[in-house]
Design a protein around this ligand. Structure first.
Ligand code: HEM
Length: 450
């Protein structure tokens, strides 16, 4: 019997960790996930490793494209502080689509002192979206099982049914901006609000908690980055704990009083399909976090690119059918998720190089999306680019973004509505980038509306 059809053992819930040990656990987690990798990256950056420098130095992070070009020129797979890295579209796509690579790293299987430290540090309430059993970091067959359970809510038909709600929400947010005197922060008032309202509505979590979600999510998004300083890690963990606390109360509420929404369905699964408490937390945390922490970046990045290419903004206003492709070009040109990684599961050959099992390859999605072999004149922003949709901004293969259709629809509706309501919108101050490495977007985007 394959592991896909074998009856699943639903493990009993782990005993709650003693609160007395919490600081020791937090420090161990910090040391393992950020402190030690951070020191390693710092040393590599000092030795001139371009990838480590790009991760650590803010100006290189804000303008990474020269580093990407250098890496691409150095070859399809370049050794770096993050293992092998690629800036090549073909190689990134090949790795992402290959079943010889996986995302899995299971700390529970590590032997010795390191294994003991990993198990000691492991705690549901401090776990982020990129920790097991989040589907993002789980290989088939578990990945297939998680994805199937939630996939129905994200089919093209289910997504399209949300269009009127997205439109209404965008219009209401724009109504609130109409009376604004002087510059407004477009991220705070629009780009961040729309995605959180939409995903909360889709999942059936209370939209009136959106300010909390945004605050917790902004802190927690940093956990995707390697080598955080302690202060930021502690803030991120505080955000995660608050989010898990909210989810626990919400699941309890839905057990007593289920609704007609995705989370109620996940909470109510029984028999072989039942999710453990931990799987439930990981799945809903990922859907919620991925739902609003990424689309905000796409909206901000798109507005900045269009502001710098005014003729294209005006052309889209005259020909709104072009918005769908403009969204693809914005995803390609300034990708909201800059990198991800995979590890070889077996010996495998990539770009003429033999990789042994366990070899990690970092895929610079933002760089692959500017690979001149696929996108002629890649540094040119062109909303009519024919093959813009070939970008890897939503990844590829089995982990291809589950919410890609929703993100595309939200962005198309949001940008079109914005351009129709405020055709004279201009950037009116210095946009400030979020201090993140994996995600790329703006924290503050001052605009004048008329
Ligand atoms: C512009 C917006 C978005 C971008 C750029 C984006 C990007 C990505 C990327 C690159 C991955 C795969 C990472 C990897 O291969 O390691 C991913 C996975 C995922 N995304 Fe998105 N995403 C966006 C919006 C959304 C939205 C709105 C949702 C809604 C819930 C969502 C849910 C997910 C989920 C659940 C996964 C995990 C899929 C899996 O592992 O099978 N994303 N996303």
């Amino acid at each position: 019997m394959s592991s896909l059809t074998a009856p699943r053992q639903v493990p009993a819930a782990a005993p709650a960790p003693s609160p007395l040990l919490r600081p020791a656990r937090t420090l161990t987690r910090y040391a393992l996930r950020h402190g030690l990798p951070g020191r390693f990256l710092a040393r590599a950056a000092r030795a001139g490793d371009p990838v480590a420098r790009m991760l650590r130095e803010r100006d290189l992070r804000e303008q990474p494209y020269a580093v990407h070009d250098r890496l691409r020129a150095a070859g399809p797979l370049v050794p770096s502080a993050l293992g092998l890295v690629t800036a090549s579209h073909a190689v990134a796509q090949e790795v992402l689509r290959s079943d010889r690579f996986g995302v899995g790293f299971d700390g529970s299987a590590v032997p010795g002192l390191l294994g003991r430290a990993l198990r000691f540090a492991d705690e549901l309430d401090a776990s982020g979206v990129a920790e097991r059993p989040s589907m993002l970091v789980v290989d088939p067959p578990d990945h297939t099982r998680y994805r199937r359970l939630v996939g129905r809510a994200f089919t093209p038909r289910a997504t399209a049914a949300f269009e009127p709600m997205i439109r209404r929400t965008a219009d209401a947010l724009l109504d609130d901006l109409t009376g604004a005197d002087g510059p407004v922060d477009l991220v705070d008032r629009y780009a961040a609000q729309l995605p959180v309202l939409v995903i909360a509505e889709l999942l059936g979590v209370p939209t009136d908690r959106r300010a909390d979600f945004l605050r917790w999510g902004a802190a927690a998004a940093a956990t995707l980055d390697p080598g955080l300083p302690l202060r930021r890690y502690v803030a991120a963990e505080r955000g995660l704990r608050a989010m898990h606390g909210f989810l626990r109360d919400h699941f309890d509420h839905l057990r007593r009083d289920p609704g007609d929404d995705l989370v109620s369905r996940l909470v109510g699964l029984s028999g072989e399909e039942a999710l453990t408490e931990r799987e439930l937390h990981a799945t809903v945390l990922l859907l919620l976090g991925a739902g609003f922490e990424t689309t905000v970046n796409l909206l901000g990045n798109a507005v900045v690119a269009l502001d710098a290419h005014r003729d294209q903004w005006d052309a889209l206003r005259a020909e709104p059918a072009g918005w769908a492709n403009a969204v693809e070009e914005a995803l390609r040109f300034d990708s909201p998720v800059q990198l991800t990684s995979r590890a070889a599961r077996v010996e495998v050959e990539v770009a003429g190089r033999r990789l042994s099992p366990g070899t990690r390859v970092t895929l610079l999605l933002g760089a692959a999306n500017r690979d001149p072999d696929v996108f002629p004149e890649p540094a040119r922003f062109d909303v009519t680019r024919r093959n813009a949709r070939e970008h890897l901004a939503f990844s590829a293969g089995v982990h291809y973004c589950l919410g890609a259709g929703l993100a595309r629809l939200e962005a198309e509706v949001a940008l079109r509505a914005l351009s129709e309501r405020f055709p004279r919108l201009r950037i009116a101050g210095l946009p400030v980038r979020r201090d993140l490495r994996t995600l790329r977007g703006f924290e503050v985007l001052p605009v004048s509306l008329r």
